[in-house]
Design a protein around this ligand. Structure first.
Ligand code: PGA
Length: 254
C-alpha cells in the first residue's frame, strides 16, 4: 500500500495566487505515494483545473479533498456544502470530524456519522479524525475516547464500505503544538483503532483500513510514523503550507 499523505490547509492561504503557488511546487511521482490536498472550499475549482492540466501533460498523483461537507444533498441549509457539490468540483476525499470542527463548531459523533454516510453515498472517501485531549490522555482515557468516536462515527456503515474509509489518529494535544505523539504511543493507538474495527467488523476488514497519524508532523518525524509505527499515511496541517517541507515529508514517508 502506498502511504496516503493528506495536506490539511485549514483556513489558509489568504489568496488564490498563493494557493496556486503552493500547489505548483508539489510535484510527485505517482508510483511512490498518494497525495491529497485539502484546501479551503473556494480554492477547489482552481486547483482542480491545475490537476486536469497536469494530467494532460502526463503528470498526476495529486488528488483533491475537502475539509468538511454537510449530510444533506440540497435545500435550505445556509452556509453548507453537499457531498455531491464537492464531488462535482473534483474532490475524491473529505476530512470529517476534525478536532477543530468538534471543538469550534460543536460537531458531535452523531453529526459526523451522518456526514460520513452521506459522503460514502456520493462516492467520496471519508477520512475520519479521532483523538483525545491532553486531560483525557493523562487520565488514561485515550483508547476509550477512540472507541466512542469510532463506534459512533461508523454507526450503520457496512463492511463493504469500510475499506473506503481512512481513520486518522489525531491527538488534540499534538495538533499545531509542535508536540508530536511519541512513536510508542502511536503504535499503541493504531493497534487500538484496528482492534476496535476488528471487533465491530472483522479482522480482514480491519486490515484493509488505512490508519493515518496527524499532529505536528514534519520532515523529521514523518518517516518514523510510517516505518516504525506502521501508519498507512499522515495528515499534515501546518507543515503542508510550506511546500518545500511538505515535499520532504512525502519523500521521507515513501
Ligand atoms: P498540524 O495539524 O500538522 O499543524 O499539527 C494537523 C491537523 O490538524 O490535521
Amino acid at each position: 500500500m502506498k502511504p496516503l499523505i493528506v495536506a490539511n490547509w485549514k483556513m489558509n492561504p489568504q489568496a488564490p495566487d498563493e494557493a496556486k503557488r503552493i500547489f505548483n511546487y508539489i510535484k510527485i511521482s505517482v508510483k511512490d505515494s498518494e497525495v491529497i490536498i485539502c484546501p479551503p472550499f473556494v480554492y477547489l475549482p482552481v486547483l482542480n483545473s491545475l490537476i486536469s492540466a497536469r494530467k494532460k501533460n502526463g503528470g498526476g498523483g495529486i488528488k483533491l479533498g475537502a475539509q468538511n461537507c454537510f449530510w444533506e444533498e440540497i435545500g435550505a441549509f445556509t452556509g453548507e456544502i453537499s457531498p455531491s457539490m464537492i464531488k462535482g468540483i473534483g474532490c475524491r476525499y473529505v476530512i470529517l470530524g476534525h478536532s477543530e470542527r468538534r471543538r469550534y463548531f460543536n460537531e458531535t459523533d452523531e453529526m459526523i456519522n451522518k456526514k460520513l454516510t452521506a459522503a460514502l453515498e456520493a462516492g467520496i472517501r471519508p477520512i475520519l479524525c479521532v483523538g483525545e485531549t491532553l486531560e483525557q490522555k493523562e487520565r488514561g482515557e485515550g483508547p476509550a475516547v477512540l472507541r466512542t468516536q469510532i463506534e459512533n462515527g461508523l454507526r450503520g456503515i457496512s463492511k463493504k464500505d469500510m475499506p473506503k474509509i481512512s481513520i486518522a489518529y489525531e491527538p488534540m494535544w499534538a495538533i499545531g503544538t509542535g508536540k508530536s505523539c511519541g512513536i510508542e504511543d502511536a503504535i499503541v493507538m493504531s493497534l487500538v483503532i484496528r482492534k476496535i474495527a476488528a471487533q465491530k467488523y472483522s479482522r480482514s476488514v480491519s486490515d484493509k483500513i488505512m490508519v493515518l497519524y496527524g499532529g505536528s508532523v514534519n520532515s523529521k518525524n514523518a518517516a518514523s510514523y510510517i516505518k516504525e509505527a506502521k501508519m498507512n499515511g499522515l495528515l499534515v496541517g501546518g507543515a503542508s503550507l510550506d511546500p518545500k517541507e511538505f515535499l520532504k515529508i512525502i519523500k521521507e514517508a515513501k
